[in-house]
Write a protein that binds this ligand. Structure first.
Ligand code: MFK
Ligand code: FAD
Length: 514
């Protein structure tokens, strides 16, 4: 009988065992930020390493449940979530996973600090990071467009670090008629004396246990219906905890994100209030989208990093053909490729976060704002796709064990798969890149910005020359494609986005290596 039992992977390293994170803290941050943030980051890493994985596993084992009726037949539409899920949300509040960005204790660097916290929190959170993303986006929209009540009563809840008073927000955009093309939405908003009543069906609503939500609808009056959507704020429940004219039709049965409740809802006269300008709903909600998309990218980098950490630990323990896997040249190369992908994703995310922080503090230049606008869809779509590929590779690095549920590894791949779908699919974000390029002026600014960063690195070695050549070729490419027609440009938009992502990551890594 075999007496051999394989040791499984463990997360037992220090915060700085994550190379991408350690390099960034050391080489990119202002020194005072590093010394002030590191103790708190280390504390959060310990929770993510020692406390949260058990909660995440429990939340996945005990998924949300829709309870349509009470014992006496009254419609209640309660969504029961596990205690573990609640605790994961509570940890997010305690650790300021959202609030750190808005406290702005470090001025324009505050967003980077908050993204570092999200990066540590997410891989152990069973995707409780999803409601945090939407809460953050809602807080930003309220900061920018909210009325007095939203700013004074709701915003402090969204930014609370006390679990008892912390509220989360949903973001209901997708309808049966269209998730990418939200202009096909059918929900209407009927005006009443104070505010509106919403009528329609929302096809995907995640974290439906949230207290509030932002959603889109068309104002409908006697004179007719608006052509354009407006943005609305909804408070889901009344003082007794009953849903305000909202019916939960069912919870989605999903490939992954199993601890996260995602519901189909019917809004049957739900009270709502308009946020921002009437008919400018898509433009207004894009302040949320651009934040949630960067959350998505940060979480993608988090998954790649977590998978790499586990696979590396395992490779040190697992023997094959006379050596540990880590000493097999080809396996080592596989891990090295993952390491490069991780570093690239990390750099892209934190450059975008740096610019977002500057924007939120009013410190951003016009050129930087154009760069951030173009970079956001690119970073989201690239890291989302890379996370799926990387997590698949990580599972394979464990051989058959990677495919077996109770190792906890399969959920990594299942959950990564959503990152390229929600918050704008790869194609839709590639087209958003074209939207952001506009008539070409923003594209010129973008390429000029990276040209300057590349030039600042000084005389080129072979790899810098290759980056310069690629930048030159890319700068001309959209115009050349457009000369062959809009369809040709669109058909190549994904390729364009990937090339931009690789180029920018290359420049950022070259900078860091200096
Ligand atoms: C763990 C990680 C955390 C992640 C949590 C995720 C939770 C899950 C939540 C979801 O999935 S929520 C649903 C997400 N849905 C989407 O992301 C929709 C994807 N579809 C698009 O993004 C479409 O491109 C879009 C809906 C924007 C198309 O709508 P329109 O109405 O055809 O857009 P149009 O007419 O081009 O733009 C309207 C205005 O918005 C324009 O401004 P102007 O009127 O001033 O010209 C655009 O420039 C502006 N706009 C659009 N996208 C923008 C933007 N502005 C800034 N940034 C953007 N991204
Ligand atoms: P479609 O828009 O029908 O797209 C189908 C395919 O067509 C995609 O591959 C897309 O890339 C492609 N496509 C579309 N247009 C073009 C084009 N012009 N050119 C090229 N290709 C194109 N939504 C919310 O609003 N709130 C939520 O909380 C939420 N939670 C979610 C949770 C989960 C787990 C999932 C899976 C989804 C969630 N969604 C949520 C919905 C998600 O945002 C949408 O599914 C997504 O935006 C795509 O919309 P769709 O499903 O209608 O696909």
């Amino acid at each position: 009988m075999s007496s051999f039992f394989q040791q499984g992977p463990v997360l037992d390293g220090d915060l700085l065992a994550d190379r991408a994170l350690a390099d960034y803290l050391q080489l990119r941050l202002p020194v005072d930020c590093k010394s002030r943030w590191e103790p708190g980051l280390r504390q959060l890493w310990r929770r993510a390493r020692d406390e949260m994985p058990t909660l995440a596993a429990e939340a996945e084992r005990d998924p949300p449940e829709h309870v349509p009726y009470d014992p006496w037949g009254r419609r209640i539409d309660r969504i029961r979530v596990s205690e573990a899920w609640r605790q994961l949300e509570a940890i997010a509040a305690e650790e300021g996973v959202v609030a750190t960005a808005f406290e702005r204790a470090d001025g324009a660097w505050s967003r980077v600090h908050q993204f570092l916290r999200l990066y540590l929190y997410h891989p152990s959170s069973a995707i409780a990071s999803c409601p945090m993303a939407m809460t953050d986006g809602a807080a930003r929209v309220i900061e920018l467009y909210g009325d007095g009540d939203l700013r004074e009563r709701v915003l402090p809840r969204l930014l609370s670090c006390e679990p008892e008073s912390f509220w989360t927000a949903g973001q209901w955009m997708t309808e049966r008629s269209g998730g990418s093309d939200v202009s096909r939405s059918e929900t209407v908003a009927l005006p009443e004396e104070q505010g509106y009543r919403l009528h329609g069906v929302k096809w995907f609503t995640s974290a439906t246990t949230s207290q509030v939500a932002m959603t889109l609808a068309r104002v409908k009056e006697r004179g007719g219906e608006d052509e354009k959507l407006s943005l609305f704020f909804v408070e889901l429940r009344d003082a007794d905890g009953a849903l305000r004219n909202i019916q939960v039709n069912r919870l989605k049965d999903k490939l992954g994100t199993r601890a996260l409740p995602t519901a189909e809802l019917t809004l049957a006269g739900t009270p709502a209030r308009m946020v921002g300008e009437r008919g400018r709903g898509v433009a207004t909600i894009s302040s949320i989208l651009n934040i949630t998309r960067l959350y998505n990218a940060c979480c993608a980098a988090g998954y790649i990093g977590r998978g790499l950490m586990l696979a590396t630990d395992y490779a040190r323990k697992r023997q094959a053909f006379g050596r540990a896997l880590i000493d097999q040249p080809l396996h080592r190369e596989t891990l090295a490729d993952l390491t490069v992908e991780h570093q690239a994703a990390f750099q892209l995310v934190f450059e975008a976060a740096r610019l977002l922080g500057r924007d939120e503090c009013g410190a951003i230049s016009e050129d930087e704002a154009a760069v951030l606008r173009l970079l956001t869809p690119v970073v989201k779509l690239y890291t989302g796709k890379q996370a799926v590929a990387a997590c698949s590779e990580v599972l394979e690095a464990f051989g058959g064990a990677g495919y077996v549920e109770d190792t906890g590894l399969p959920s990594l791949l299942r959950d990564a798969q959503v990152l390229s779908i929600w918050e704008g699919t790869t194609n839709v974000l590639s087209l958003d890149l074209l939207r952001a390029m506009g008539d070409g002026e923003a594209w010129q600014t973008f390429t000029g910005f990276w040209q300057a960063r590349l030039s600042a690195l000084g005389a080129g070695d072979e790899s810098l020359n290759a980056l310069a050549d690629e930048l030159e070729a890319l700068a001309r490419w959209p115009q050349a494609l457009l000369a062959e027609g809009e369809a040709r440009l669109q058909a190549n938009a994904r390729q364009l986005a990937y090339r931009i992502a690789r180029l920018v990551a290359g420049i950022l890594l070259a900078e860091q290596a200096r």
